[in-house]
Design a binder for this molecule. Sequence first.
Ligand SMILES: *Cc1c(COP(=O)(O)O)cnc(C)c1O
Length: 400
Amino acid sequence: MTDWALLDHEYLMSTYSRLPLVIDHAEGNYLFDINEKRYLDLFTGLAVNILGHSHPYLMNALATQAERFLHISNFFYNPPAIRLAKRLVDNTLEDGKVYFCSTGAEATEAAIKSIHKWISRQEEPKEGIIVLKNSFHGRTLGALRLTRQPGIYQDFPTLPISIYEVNMNDIAGLKDICEKHHPAAILVEPILGAGGILPLTQQFLETAQALCQEKNMLFCLDEIQTGVGRTGTLFAYQAYDLKPDLILFAKGIGGGLPLGGIIAGQKLKNTFQPGDHGTTFSPSPLSAALGNAVLDVLIEQHQLEKGKEVADFLWSELQKLQRKFPALIEQINGRGMMIGIITTLSKTSIEQLRQEFLENGILINITAGTIIRLLPPLTLTKEEVTHFIDIFHQLLAKME
Ligand SMILES: *Cc1c(COP(=O)(O)O)cnc(C)c1O
């Protein structure tokens, strides 16, 4: 039999440590390995497969578009992309406009460039973007400047993009920067994803938005992980009643294909002119067709509401577990299908826990060292929740 691990090691640069699994196919909420063992997928390709795998409606949309054309370039009008842009705008910033790219990091790059284009048009001096300590905005060099996670940006050249770093939920610190300097923008994740599923408070977000209005700054939200239904609303900010100037999205929107972008409101929607920015491949008509199918399922077929109901059940079951094992489960953070479980377990024990979940046919993710990150699909069923909780209960009882 082919030794995929050996070949991987020999021919692929080692940028990720892998789980000991070779996936043969995927269906619904499960991955199947080459030994036909099935795994309940509770991290969905890192927040990408928001509707699980090979969803029939998405597969149909993909096949239909594939018969028309796969790629046409930006020289032509691209109906699936235009339709998707309109629907994104209709559901977020009315009168807004969309720029499409393929990945999250590229969405951040587009945000950085459009913020700087805006700066160049302001009469008063503006400099710098306020970002959070421990933020994650991507790994290309521009995005990396805004990513403030130690261990990720060291060893690489620093682009001269001015930033100010503030601790999450530190309102005094945020005000202080805005008093002393003339920042152009605040860019934050409503819930820090890679940083450990840590939500910003309503008060911090409202203060950030108010400061932006007061001081002519841009209020920008990285919804690359929190967006597309992940937290129970189409975008996370909608639960806080905010109105950002810029929304970054990627991950879930393409239904498994690469698609990302930014949605800009009044202040930023006309900053880019032909020649200012662009890329050959995006928006891929295939990705855009899937994006439309994702919105059909989430909105028209009410998967947002259905997913929210199962997420509520998952939360209440997890909270029961926490009450049973207070010495092991310290805190549960996040919202909807974006859950971070802070445990008292050491790095070794958490690795062992992940291994035991794997043996029991359940895939979980660990982030920020020891935080259990769950990013289940919105198609998760209550039966699957109960099964996961049963296994989790057994494993915790063994560890106590
Ligand atoms: C994943 C992620 C990114 C980067 O997206 P890529 O597609 O991996 O480049 C940026 N911001 C947030 C909040 C993310 O979760």
